[in-house]
Every structure is written in C-alpha cells, then in structure tokens.
Design a protein around this ligand. Structure first.
Ligand code: HEM
Length: 318
C-alpha cells in the first residue's frame, strides 16, 4: 500500500518536473558556455547610452513591453519596415513614439563581436530592460534566456493587442488576461510609468475632459498641452520623480495625478485600489511584484529550440 502511494507521489513529481521543463524552456544558464560575457556587454552599453541620453532606460523598458505583448517576446518589434515588409513599428501605439532601437542595435553589434550568431535580439532586449530598471534605481532580478527571434512581425496584432491609454480598467484587465497576466501583474507592470514621458496627444483628453483628476494637476497639463496640435509637447509620466524608478507613480495615483486616463483607472474606487495603496505605502512590495511580473511578461510565448532564428542584425531577418 505504502509503496503504491510512494510510486504515485513519484509519478506526480515526475509529471510536475516534466511539465516545468517543457513549459519553461528558458533558463538562467543558456549562454553560460556560449557567451559568458553577455551580461557585462549589455550592461556596459546600457550604462554608456544612459549617460549620454537619460531617456534611454524608459524607452528600453517600453520596447520590451511592446515586444512581449505582440505575439510574445520574439524581437518582432525590432524589425524595421522595408518596401517589401510591414512590421510593428508603424502600428498606431508605436508610431512616432517607440524609440531606442539604435541602442539595441549597438548592444547587438558589441555582442556579435565576441559571440557570433549566438545571442537572440529578444534576449538582448530582455536583459537590457532589466538593466534599465536597475540603472534607474529599481529592483534587480535574474533574467531567463534562450529566446529566439521571429522571422515575421504583425502590425495588426500590435494594433489589437497593445493596451490603449483611453481604456477603462475592465478592458485593461482583459488585455492583460489575454497574455496570461492578472490584475496584480497589471498594476505592478504599470508602475513602469514611474519614469519616461508621454506626448500631448496621449494625455490631452485627460487634461481637458477627464474625471478623477486633481484640478491643479489638470491645469498644469493644460498649460503643457494645447487643445489641438502640440505635436512636440510632452509631460513626465511620474510628476514627482520623472527619471527615478521608485513607487511615486502610485502616490500620484492616490492623489489623482496619474498622467494617462489608463493610469488613473487603477485607482478609481475599483478592485485595483487596494493594490495601488499597498505599493504607495511600501516600495519593497512594489519592487518585488514588479520584478516577478517582468519575469512573467518575459515568458509570454517565447520562440525556443529550432523555431525562429538568431538574427545577425536586430532590425532585419537574416
Ligand atoms: C497598462 C497599460 C498601458 C498603457 C495603456 C500604456 C500606454 C502608454 C502610453 C500612451 C505612453 C506614452 C506614449 C507616447 O505618448 O509617446 C506610455 C509610455 C511608457 N510606457 Fe506604457 N502603457 C501601459 C503599460 C506599460 C507597461 C506594462 C510598461 C512596461 C513594463 C510600460 C512602459 C512605459 C514606459 C517606460 C513609457 C515611457 C516611454 C518613454 O519615455 O519614451 N507601459 N505608455
């Protein structure tokens, strides 16, 4: 009886281990032998680029998000349009907004010098996103690697799958659930709006027509963003500490100073309020959840094994 019981426990454990292996596919040690200096190269370029342009970290983190939400973390967002190829970069949420493609190209160039045709652009972007957060004062985490690069990209998927700043909470929850991410992940990942900027067009409605906004804050936004035009006008996503990765984004939400309508939806008397309050009260809870959620987002449908390819240049397929 006892041995049958033990055997079934062993079977059960084996199933779990096998499931975990086939499911995860990514690992911490994937490049340990083939490219031992990978981490240090990525970090070096990130440090140097950030010194010359402080906007780099936020841009890289957003690139990573926009990659992972569109057919998984497969570097599809990095593929530039050509006369015969339409990618994701000109999709509405990305056009005139995503940037720092040149930073990924620079890292890839440096990596190729020492580890030729070995490291995917998707992994480079994932490591760079972690470094961007750390360089700005945020938490660190271990990056799982082993992703491969897509040979295709989808403008229509970018338009349908990326969340909109004009959406309400329930739509945002659905957008994230479609990617296997829950309410807590949504609230934690939105904390990336602790740095970086948005263009006037992204917050104009909020400045002129929104509820649930501090009146003085709305007046400041109106001064920054005219009722029409304002193509080059921008505002920081986190009015308190625009370049530092901290929890002040959540303190802003509690005082109705979220820049985007979608930001303020996380603190509007609904189910996300208690999570926002806990992050506003304790930076370490936010840091822990953010790091966990970034790993989770990095696991969205990676290409592994013999799928896809290792691109030589991140902006085009081999
Ligand atoms: C919850 C749904 C989200 C919506 C609706 C949203 C929307 C936006 C919008 C509209 C902008 C400004 C774009 C512009 O005006 O050019 C922006 C910027 C940014 N977003 Fe999000 N976002 C969301 C979630 C996220 C997530 C999950 C991350 C990363 C984990 C992220 C990272 C960023 C960063 C860092 C910036 C600043 C980029 C820069 O300074 O260039 N966002 N987002």
């Amino acid at each position: 009886m006892a041995s049958t019981h033990n055997r079934s426990i062993a079977c059960w454990l084996l199933t779990i281990i096998l499931c975990a292996c086939t499911d995860a596919q990514l690992s911490l040690s994937f490049y340990d032998a083939s490219c031992p200096s990978l981490q240090i190269i990525v970090k070096g370029v990130m440090v140097a680029s950030t010194l010359t342009d402080p906007r780099v970290p936020a841009r890289i983190v957003r690139l990573f998000f926009h990659d992972c939400f569109v057919n998984g973390c497969d570097a599809s967002v990095l593929l530039a349009d050509t006369p015969t190829f339409t990618g994701e970069q000109n999709a509405a949420p990305n056009k005139n907004s995503l940037a720092a493609f040149d930073i990924i190209d620079r890292i890839k160039f440096a990596v190729e010098l020492v580890c030729k045709s070995t490291v995917s652009c998707a992994d480079i972007l994932t490591i760079a996103a972690r470094d961007a957060v750390v360089l700005s004062g945020g938490p660190s985490w271990q990056v799982l690697v082993g992703r491969r690069d897509a040979r295709t990209a989808s403008q229509s998927a970018a338009e349908s799958d990326l969340p909109s700043q004009f959406s309400g909470l329930s739509t945002l929850v659905t957008n994230f659930a479609n990617k296997g991410l829950n309410l807590r992940d949504l609230v934690a990942l939105s904390g990336a709006h602790t740095f970086g900027v948005a263009r006037c067009a992204s917050f104009r409605d909020r400045a002129y027509n929104d509820q649930n906004i501090d009146p003085l804050f709305a007046a400041i936004l109106r001064a920054l963003c005219p009722p029409s035009g304002g193509l080059i006008d921008i505002a920081p996503l986190d009015v308190k500490t625009p370049t530092i990765f901290d929890n002040s984004y959540y303190l802003n939400l509690v005082s109705k100073k979220g820049l985007l309508h979608s930001d303020q939806e996380l603190f509007n008397g609904g189910p996300a309020d208690s999570i926002v309050s806990s992050y506003a009260a304790d930076r370490s809870i936010f840091f822990r959840d953010f790091a966990d959620a970034m790993v989770k987002m990095g696991n969205i449908s990676p290409l592994t094994g013999s799928s896809g390819e290792i691109r030589q240049v991140c902006s085009r397929v081999n």
